[in-house]
Structure formats: C-alpha cells, structure tokens
Write a protein that binds this ligand. Structure first.
Ligand code: PHB
Length: 399
C-alpha cells in the first residue's frame, strides 16, 4: 500500500455532508422544486449549483480543496450567488469519465442544476464537453486542463477558471532549458493531462535550446512503484527531470525519487501539481528543492492573497491550494454572471460568463480569454522548508 494511505494520513477527515449544510452553504439532497432545466434562481428561489469533484480515487484530496474553496466564497458572500441563495449538490467524479460522466448527468437531469462547477481530470472534461453543450448548461471547469476544451473543442457552454495543460508546461520550458546542466528526462501519468503537460513543456523547452534525454508515461492510477522508471532515468544520463503527477501519485513519485537517491544527482522540475497542498505535506523533506510552474502559490506576497490565505486558514485550519483558488474563482465568476441573468441559467448564463470582466482572484486578477480560459500569470516556485513546514516559495514570474 502506501500510495493512498500516505496521503490519507495527512488529510483532514472529509466533512460529512451534514457539516456543509451549516452556515451559508446549503446542500440539496436531490430533486428540486423547479422542473426548468435552467434552475430556480430566476423565479426568486435558490440557485442550484452542482459540485462535481473527486471524492474517491487518486485525486480525492484535490476535490476536498475545491469544495473548501467554493464554500469559502459562499460563506464570504452570505451564501448567495448573483443575489439568490445558493444550493450546492455534490457528486463524485471519481478517477475519470466512467464515474464522472454519469455523476454529471445526474446533476443536470435529476437534480436540475443551473450550472456545474468542478472536474479535476482532463479525460472527464473531454467526456463531458458534448453533454453540457447539448444540455445547454454551463460547465465551469475548475481544474481539468485538457487543451482541446478551450481550443478545437471549445464550446459556448464550457468555461475554465483553471489552466490549459500545455500552457502550464510551456511556462516552465525556457527556464529549464536555461538552468539544466544537460539533457532532461520527461515523465508523466499516461493520460490526456500527462501527455499534454509534457507536449507543452517540450515544445517551449526545445525552442529555447533544451535537449530531451528520454521520455516515459506511467500507467495512470495504477502505478505505485516508480523504481523501474527511476532506474531508467538514472541510466539515461539525464541532468534534470520534468514530471507531471498530482494527488497520491505525486506523493509516491517524489518520495521514491528521494529514497532512490536521485534528488542528490538530478534536479527535479514539474508542473506545480507535483508539490501542491496535502501532497507537499505528505512528501515533507523529500520535496525540498523541487522547482515547478503554476499560476498560484499560497506564498504569493500580495494583500489580496494574504487576506484570502488568512480567511482560508481560519476556516479550514490549513493553507489554500491552487485547487481551492480555482473553485473559489468559479464561484466568483458565477456570482457575477448570475447577477447579470438574475438567476437564469442556460444560454443566458453562458453568454453572461463572457461578460464577467476581471476576476479579483488571490492568484492575481485574471479574465476569461476568447477561448474561455483564464488569462493569467505563471510563477516559478521552489519547495523550501520554512521553520519545518514545506512551502512553494515564489522565485519569479514566468513569461
Ligand atoms: C488533469 O487531469 O487535467 C489534471 C489533474 C490533476 C491536476 C492537474 C490536471 O493536478
């Protein structure tokens, strides 16, 4: 074992559904008063939002952060979105489309949500694109980075408050090309996100003169022992590694990288998901020195972020993560758009999302670009020990 138990040890207990009904966040059991697919906010009743997050599987910790981020926004805004009381219905995305697609279908068809927020896994997002487009219901993707969702398969109904996989990887490419003392080995989880995070990185890295020493994709959700891959890295002669892993896989990879002695020999880089939140807590000292690219760090030294971190810390007794911020910002975007539509969903809400303007986010102000993606800055971060606590120190902005 080890993979899930390592991370489970560091996780706060999943709040029971009942706990979320307290305060501003009201959870609906099922069904709804409105038979209108666009939800009930328009008639002055509550507006029903589906929260589709992994409550099980390798990405479960990420789902908890998203839930907390969404909840904090509601708590700070009197439990309302666009002036209507918000009712939140949760559904488990699980590890991919096999579980995520039926869960989303239930939210839309049975629970009759006005919009759905969440989705961690790129494969789930790709599997949901047509369903939301045909249902004419907005989906606010608050993590999954599948490139096509905001490119070739862009939809009027799909908006993303997080990132596109290729862009997070690309942001780091030139910096690694400059710093690495030789060839770089590319390794990632074998599914859409891993392949795209590598492709985006590789393009920018090679354009900046970097040389690839090897490349490997490991079975997603199944790999617990990384030793054979770590041996291949060592024998490749690479001077640095670029990796995409998240959740429980990131914990195993980084810990084993250290145990295998690679961290003393070969610099480790990756997208920021490799060392984010509970993952970093579970990795501990093993992660020190890892450098990553991301559009957020809880360490960002701005008044807006400090205020957010303090409020989040007070509410949940731990610092926020990129996942919390992406969900918090999805609530902010919905709040603005629902205010414009007076609670109406459907096409009106999808159009209003295009008019929300700048989102005053803890990551820095951002806007939706014409592809429905967050136009934002990326930062170079380095894991450092701050009085024994691991943090993602912000080294510089990446262009
Ligand atoms: C994705 O599948 O798009 C994905 C999952 C977890 C992350 C980042 C991206 O941390």
């Amino acid at each position: 074992m080890g993979v899930l138990s390592a991370i489970a040890r560091t996780l706060r207990p999943a709040p029971a559904v009942a706990a979320l009904t307290a305060g501003a966040l009201a959870l609906s059991a099922c069904g709804g008063s409105s038979l209108d697919q666009s939800g009930g906010g328009e008639s002055g009743g509550p507006v029903k939002i589906g929260l589709l997050i992994p409550l099980s599987g390798v990405y479960a910790p990420l789902g908890q952060d998203m839930r907390d981020g969404f909840k904090l926004y509601l708590d700070q805004h009197g439990g309302k979105l666009g002036g209507s009381e918000a009712e939140v219905v949760e559904a488990d995305e699980g590890e991919g489309p096999q579980t995520g697609v039926p869960a989303a279908q239930k939210l839309v068809s049975q629970d009759r949500t006005t919009a759905v927020v969440g989705v961690v896994n790129s494969a789930t997002a790709l599997g949901l694109r047509d369903f939301f487009t045909e249902s004419k219901q907005p989906l606010l993707v608050a993590n999954a980075g599948a490139d096509a969702i905001t490119a070739g398969r862009k939809s009027d109904y799909v908006w993303r408050t997080s990132f596109a996989n290729g862009k997070v990887g690309a942001a780091l490419g030139p910096a690694v090309a400059k710093e690495a003392k030789g060839g770089v080995y590319l390794i990632a989880a074998d599914y859409a996100a891993g392949r795209e995070m590598v492709a985006g990185f590789r393009k920018a890295f090679e354009a900046a003169g970097g040389k690839v020493a090897g490349e490997k994709y490991t079975p997603f959700g199944k790999t617990q022992d990384y030793q054979p891959y770590l041996s291949a890295i060592r024998s490749s002669g690479a001077k640095a590694v670029y990796a995409f892993y998240a959740g429980a896989e990131a914990v195993s990879f980084v810990k084993q990288y250290k145990q295998f002695g690679l961290s003393d020999e070969i610099d480790l880089y990756g997208t920021g998901f490799l060392t984010e939140g509970d993952v970093l807590k579970a990795q501990g000292q093993a992660a020190v020195g890892t450098k990553t690219s991301l559009h957020y760090s809880a360490e960002l030294d701005t008044p807006r972020n400090k205020e957010f971190v303090a409020a989040y810390q007070k509410a949940f007794n731990e610092p926020p993560t990129v996942y919390s911020v992406q969900a918090y910002d999805a609530a902010a975007a919905l709040d603005k758009a629902l205010a414009k539509t007076k609670g109406a969903g459907g096409q009106k809400l999808a159009e209003a999302l295009g008019e929300v303007g700048p989102i005053d986010s803890p990551r820095g102000s951002w806007t939706f670009d014409t592809a429905h993606d967050a136009q934002q800055k990326y930062y170079l971060r380095e894991v450092r020990s701050s009085g024994g606590t691991m943090v993602n120190a912000v080294v510089s902005e990446l262009s």
